[in-house]
Ligand binder design. Sequence first.
Ligand SMILES: [Zn+2]
Length: 86
Amino acid sequence: MTLKCVSCGSCGFPMEKPEDFALGDPSQPYCRYCTDRAGALLPYEDVLETNARHYVETQGVNPEAAKAMAAALLASMPAWRDRPHA
Ligand SMILES: [Zn+2]
């Protein structure tokens, strides 16, 4: 079994190096951006915020649009897609 094409189950971030994973551990299902220092998945609002900020910083979209983009992305992720939210 290889680790190629592993992406974060929360935000879809492609995790290629051990340090991309929570706790630097390639067996973790989530990336370091979506987890706290103990390796636990952060609350939805925090992940949404982090992803929205990423769109603002990398693509220059306004914060409102970025949040909508992030919400759409997270809605398709294993960590969040069963979560009941608008
Ligand atoms: Zn992530």
